[in-house]
Ligand binder design. Structure first.
Ligand code: PEP
Length: 260
């Protein structure tokens, strides 16, 4: 059973997909169905949809997330978007340090750390991603890699701001591959993340930390992960692009959290 104290959180990472019309139709379709109680649901569309979806989601239980941001508030940073701008669009969460940002756009732990701290200082909830490549897993380096990413990503977070953070464990080899991690492997890393956070920020802060698993999650396998008390939800790419497959995931977790 999922730990009753922390609220489950499911986040949809639409990546570079969806036009405004398609995104708005998705939201309409989702809102026409009963959304599960006890599960926080976050939609992370591309930046161009944020303002419009922010208005559409107002007054609903759905939350809005962005997929990236820069750490400065404003200035000569062509092509970037700031924490202030995300807040202005009604954003609650922001995905930071996704492996695609790290691999394709050379984001390192130092840069991710500045972004995490800037988001928290602005009151945006980071969904801070960590995870190893296949080579690193096969080399037995998984926990060392995750530890390095956690150290860098959380280095600039002041102790008094810790808590209320979401960390997504996303093994790179499981993302978009159809090959999810086993529940037990994900649990081991989630437990490691929790220990790291407790050691760095204390037991009280750890109570506010939620850990997601991400990597080829769908309705048929989500409960293998959320069945562990260390795992509070998932960050989902491919299966979040259609309202139907996304809803299957919401329902599966909704039934799990409401089971006696
Ligand atoms: C992701 O991109 O964060 C992700 C988990 O993708 P997928 O669900 O498609 O593996």
């Amino acid at each position: 059973m999922m730990a009753p104290m922390r609220r489950a959180i499911l986040a949809a990472n639409w990546k570079m997909n969806m036009t405004l019309a398609v995104g708005r139709a998705f939201v309409e379709e989702l809102l026409a169905r009963p959304l599960p109680a006890g599960v926080e649901v976050v939609l992370c569309p591309p930046h161009t949809l944020l303002h419009s979806l922010g208005k559409q989601l107002k007054g609903t239980s759905l939350k809005l997330g962005a997929q990236n941001m820069y750490f400065e508030e404003s200035g000569a940073f062509t092509g970037e978007i700031s924490p202030l701008m995300l807040q202005d669009a009604g954003v609650d969460y922001v995905i930071l340090g996704h492996s695609e940002r790290r691999a394709l756009f050379q984001e390192d732990d130092g840069l991710v750390g500045k972004k995490v701290a800037a988001a928290m200082a602005r009151g945006l909830g980071p969904i801070f991603c960590v995870g190893e490549t296949l080579k690193e897993r096969e080399g037995g380096e998984t926990l060392a890699v995750v530890e390095r990413q956690l150290s860098g990503g959380l280095a600039a977070v002041p102790r008094e701001q810790a808590g209320e953070l979401v960390i997504a464990y996303e093994p790179v080899w499981a993302i978009g591959s159809g090959r999810a991690a086993t529940g037990e492997d994900a649990r081991e890393v989630a437990a490691f993340i929790r220990r790291f956070y407790r050691d760095q920020f204390g037991r009280e802060a750890e109570a506010g930390l939620r850990v997601q698993y991400g990597g080829s999650v769908k309705g048929a396998n989500i409960r293998e992960f959320t069945g562990y008390p260390e795992i509070d939800g998932a960050l989902v790419g491919g299966a979040s692009l259609k309202a139907g497959s996304w809803y299957e995931i919401l329902q599966a977790v909704g039934q799990q959290v409401s089971a006696p």
